[in-house]
Design a protein around this ligand. Structure first.
Ligand SMILES: Cc1cc2nc3c(=O)[nH]c(=O)nc-3n(C[C@H](O)[C@H](O)[C@H](O)COP(=O)(O)OP(=O)(O)OC[C@H]3O[C@@H](n4cnc5c(N)ncnc54)[C@H](O)[C@@H]3O)c2cc1C
Length: 476
């Protein structure tokens, strides 16, 4: 008899689990890959229509397979031979390739695995939305939005990135306005704008940069206001020589203040040796998950409260090309970054006045621009407001029927920090009583509470390979 594994979500995470199952299964297996979007393999990150949206990791580090680090580089260079240059100077190991191309790569990986798979290992791509899962002793029943039910043995929740929550204001009525875009990755986020319209982007991280360069690509000439609590922008990548590991996981401090102090000291040492701070942070990447896991909960909370914002802009860096475009926008005055909070909106039939309460500190961002304060209050008048505050990770806030259904039946629970789902080391989900599921598994962004570093390709590709082996009952 054949085993059936359902994967809900066909972004990078779900697609890679499917590809590994196809490659590794040695017994009759039906894989059902359920994705509500038209295209499998792309997800939010690689389904963009803008060519200016580049990977924020160089090509040599974006292989889908942890045991074959140059797989993507080889694929993309082969594509160039058959199609001509995909980027003006050709793809080199350090090139930041357009994310669209990466989406095609993931699709090619899946197609190849399907073609090479054994005859009794089948993949069914289902374009539909899962709205409920009812696990029982032998498996689970998945209901789809079209009313169809699927009976399966195991389920992988590869649901990925959820839309941002609306920023807090007392009067939320503006959030129903047509001038407000709550989902920054929607195809309509930048449509129907007049060339000179003023736009406010809420948030100053990678999503904001995506929107800013897309505005530039479509020839937008109007003012672009950016507001975030600290007004900090992600730093650009810079290629530097690697820095040796300086922290030992066993002996590293178990409190965040001491850890930050050590890292700062190491950055000073590195600079004294003519090495860039980026190399120091990168040297932590292989042990970040272990460092995180050995911090007590209160120290993890302290990190989220006090350090996270600085970690995000230093660790989640942007390609130099995108950074240059944004620097030009800042220098020309087209983009203005405000450090502060939104207090409220006052909309009329031509625009919306957004009241900002600004912070008293100021920062210089990488373009040398000051963000922060000359006055405490400011009103910016814009034609569109786009929420770029980043993905919401608190599963208690999600209105999606699948999540509500799983939560209300107690089949899943948030992790202690409410930044993902509670999950066992093998990826199995924990129910409301802390029991480890034999049926439900997850990977990628929902594992954030457990691993912290889990949202990018280099971590997810490892999880996808391990989870496929786990599901197939192979020793990991
Ligand atoms: C804009 C953006 C850019 C990024 N760029 C990079 C990068 O350059 N390099 C890097 O390493 N990482 C990058 N990341 C990190 C990114 O999280 C991972 O690379 C990866 O794409 C995450 O894949 P995922 O499959 O877990 O999530 P997602 O890509 O979000 O995919 C989840 C999929 O599940 C589907 N889904 C959800 N619920 C249901 C349901 N109920 N039924 C059916 N389908 C459902 C969604 O439609 C979606 O397609 C980026 C992230 C974002 C948001």
């Amino acid at each position: 008899m054949s085993t059936t594994i359902a994967i809900i979500g066909g972004g990078f995470s779900g697609t890679m689990v499917a590809a590994h199952l196809l490659r590794k299964a040695t017994f009759p297996l039906d894989i059902k890959l359920i994705e509500r979007r038209p295209a499998i393999g792309k997800g939010v990150a690689y389904g963009t229509k803008y060519i200016c949206h580049l990977l924020n990791v160089p090509a040599a580090k974006m292989s889908a397979f942890p045991d074959d680090p140059e797989h993507f580089l080889r694929w993309v260079q082969k594509e160039e031979i058959s199609r001509g240059n995909l980027v003006p100077s050709g793809v080199q190991p350090n090139t930041f390739v357009p994310r669209q191309i990466y989406g095609k790569y993931i699709q090619a990986v899946l197609d190849e695995a399907e073609i090479a798979g054994k005859e009794n290992v089948r993949l069914e791509r289902i374009k539909n939305e899962a709205v409920s899962i009812l696990p029982d002793g032998n498996g689970a029943t998945i209901s789809l939005s079209t009313g169809q039910n699927l009976r399966v043995n195991k389920v992988v929740l590869a649901l990925g990135n959820f839309p941002p929550s609306d920023p807090f204001v007392q009067d939320k009525s503006f959030y129903t306005s047509l001038r407000y875009v709550s989902y920054p990755w929607s195809a309509q986020a930048l449509s129907d704008l007049e060339q000179d319209d003023a736009v406010l982007l809420i948030g100053s991280g990678l999503t904001m940069l995506d929107l800013a360069v897309a505005l530039k690509e479509q020839g937008h000439a109007g003012a672009i206001h950016v507001v975030s609590r600290h007004g900090l922008l992600p730093y650009p990548h810079k290629f530097t020589k690697p820095y040796p590991t300086f922290l030992n996981v066993e002996t590293a401090p178990k409190n965040i203040r001491a850890l930050v102090k050590l890292v700062r000291q190491e950055v000073k040492n590195a600079i004294a040796q003519d090495c860039d701070w980026r190399a120091v942070l990168d040297s932590l990447r292989p042990i970040t998950q272990q460092l995180w896991q050995q911090l007590p909960l209160k120290e993890q909370r302290r990190f989220l409260r006090h350090v996270r914002i600085y970690w995000e802009v230093h660790r989640h860096r942007v390609s130099p090309g995108v950074a240059n475009t944004v620097s030009e926008m800042l220098h020309s005055g087209q983009m203005v970054v405000h450090a502060g909070r939104i207090q409220g909106y006052d909309e009329d039939d031509r625009a919306v006045d957004v009241s900002l309460r600004k912070r008293k500190i100021s920062h210089k961002n990488y373009a040398g621009e000051e963000s922060g304060n000359t006055s405490e209050h400011e009103v910016v008048r814009v034609q569109r407001v786009i929420n770029c505050t980043g993905t919401e990770c608190d599963y208690r806030k999600f209105g999606h029927p699948l999540i509500q259904n799983l939560r209300s039946h107690g089949f899943i629970r948030s992790d202690a920090l409410a930044i993902g789902l509670d999950v066992a080391p093998n990826g199995a989900l924990l129910d409301v009583d802390g029991m480890v599921s034999q049926i439900l598994y997850t990977l990628g962004p929902p594992r954030q509470g457990r691993l912290w570093e889990t949202t990018a390709v280099p971590e997810i590709r490892v999880q996808a390979a391990a989870l496929a082996e786990e599901l197939l009952g192979m020793k990991v």
